[in-house]
Design a protein around this ligand. Structure first.
Ligand code: SAM
Length: 479
């Protein structure tokens, strides 16, 4: 919250009506008036937590562990580095970390608490820009399938770009009002996250305009949307599966009341999974029902709400629908697949990739394993990653092949220096001091992880960064 933060008196009156007795309004307001601590989450698909700690030490970053997320850290950087945003540091550009407010790491920690979600079918119903999608994907270790849905077209684009930077290959993106999932994908998912659209009351430390359109009436309107989404989530969940419902708002209208609606609608077929043991300290924020209600003053974060449920029994959806239209991909033939891997083996020493190769026109895509069961249910905006374009004389690899699979390469990788990385992100070729006598494509690395492709050309590497990803702002150094 800044001096310009808009806080209507009616909002304060409302907060007073549900603030727990052991908390004070003064503490709440005082915390909201202090700056929010920056936090990041390590993208464990690209970097280990130990590697991140080493990076932090070398770069004089002070880090503090987020208690509910092993890969989450509050970060404090020296004054001289402040001219460069975290988003423009080498470690962020490489996709090895994601800037994410600490309390927003809690829903996925709840989803993965005491259960292994590798090889599962998971749905993220309201996913953009993808902080929790990438956190779920990390927990899946690029196995199973994660359907990430977003209703807003512009936000779907940022979700897609983030998945590309972070090297996530097991995600299928879709673009619907998430209330359709229960009708089209009944009992398809082992686990579901509904990080619901909400009034955002918990975000005023970051966004001074968060309460600009605030009113109890709009809370009620949003709650009606949330109730339809949580019903849809119930139907889309397999019996025995788990559902996490979260918001970044404080009002019980959009939190406890929405959960009560779920429990009343499906009576004995859904039960609460209490979160009081999620992490040491969770008892400070647990509600009587077993939900977590994060007031900003407790852990010096934003406000958040997290609830977890288990589906105990099937309830038939009276409104089942089926998709019309043809699936536009065909499986890549065995012979062609062998040719593709012969090329990958000769250039990079890679003999297999996790997933199934599929073809659409001249595009070669890699779908997540076990996607078949979901493929005909809805129309997807993107499934897995495009690995290559097929040409008369072979294949041209795509950028995402490098961001996702650089770690598998045995040869033809090149570690960029700071100045070379700056040239790369600006779209320039990389000049080499000697001619390495290499040919073909090369995977470019930064912070020990793949960031894109180039082509060896005598004493330079030709830049193959997609034009849409070129950046011209200050990058990597603060001087
Ligand atoms: N889970 C995201 C993350 O961690 O990065 C944040 C999601 S944000 C709280 C809620 C998202 O829901 C917004 O991106 C919004 O555009 C989207 N949304 C709004 N109405 C929706 C609907 N009916 N169905 C699906 N998504 C919706």
């Amino acid at each position: 919250m800044t001096p310009n933060t808009y806080i209507p008196d009616t909002f304060i009156e409302d907060v007073k009506s549900y603030l727990p007795a052991h908390l004070t309004l003064d503490d709440y307001i005082k915390t909201c008036q202090s700056p929010l601590r920056p936090a990041v989450r390590v993208n464990t698909q690209k970097m280990t937590i130990d590697q991140f700690k080493k990076y932090a030490e070398i770069n004089n970053w002070q880090i503090e562990q987020v208690p509910w997320c092993d890969a989450g850290f509050w970060v404090s950087r020296p004054d001289e580095q402040q001219a460069l945003s975290i988003g423009n540091t080498d470690i962020h550009l490489s996709g090895a970390i994601y800037s994410q407010e600490a309390s927003s790491m809690m829903p996925v920690s709840a989803l993965t608490f005491n259960q292994d979600i590798t090889d599962c079918h998971v749905l993220d119903m309201a996913a953009a820009p993808g902080s929790k999608t990438s956190q779920i994907a990390n927990a899946q270790s690029n196995t199973g399938v994660l359907v990430a849905n977003e209703y807003s077209s512009s936000r779907l684009k940022s979700l897609s770009a983030n998945m590309q930077r972070l090297g996530i290959a097991n995600v299928a993106l879709s673009h619907f009002d998430a209330s359709i999932f229960g009708d089209y994908m009944e009992t398809c998912f082992d686990h579901i996250l509904l990080d619901a659209p909400c009034s955002g009351e918990g975000t005023i430390r970051k966004d001074p305009d968060a309460l600009k359109n605030w009113s109890v009436e709009s809370n009620q309107d949003i709650a009606n949307v949330q109730k339809s989404l949580i019903e849809s989530a119930f139907y889309a969940l397999k019996p025995g599966g788990t559902l996490v419902y979260s918001t970044c708002t404080l009002t019980p209208l959009e939190n406890q009341d929405v959960c009560r609606h779920l429990l009343n609608t499906f009576a004995d077929c859904i039960t609460i999974e209490p979160l009081d043991n999620l992490f040491p300290g969770a008892e400070k924020i647990v509600t009587d029902e077993g939900y977590l209600h994060v007031w900003p003053q407790i852990f010096d974060t934003e406000g958040f709400f997290v609830a977890k449920f288990k589906k105990q029994a099937h309830v038939a959806n009276p409104n089942i629908k089926t998709k019309k239209g043809r699936f536009p991909f065909v499986a890549y033939s065995k012979k062609q697949t062998e040719l593709f891997f012969r090329e990958l083996d000769s250039q990079f020493g890679i003999r297999s990739l996790p997933g199934s190769l599929m073809m659409r026109d001249k595009e070669l895509w890699l779908f997540p394993d076990c996607f078949d069961a979901l493929s005909e249910k809805i129309k997807y905006s993107r499934i897995g990653i495009q690995v290559a374009t097929i040409h008369k004389n072979g294949f041209r690899l795509c950028h995402e092949f490098a961001t996702c699979f650089a770690h598998l390469a045995q040869k033809n990788t090149y570690q960029l220096s700071i100045s070379e990385a700056m040239s790369y992100f600006k779209g320039q070729d990389i000049k080499l001091s000697i001619n390495p006598n290499s040919k073909g494509e090369v995977i470019l690395m930064l912070c020990e992880t793949g960031i894109g492709l180039g082509k060896w050309q005598q004493s330079k590497i030709k830049n193959n960064l997609p034009r849409s990803l070129i950046k011209n702002n200050q990058l990597i150094t603060w001087e």
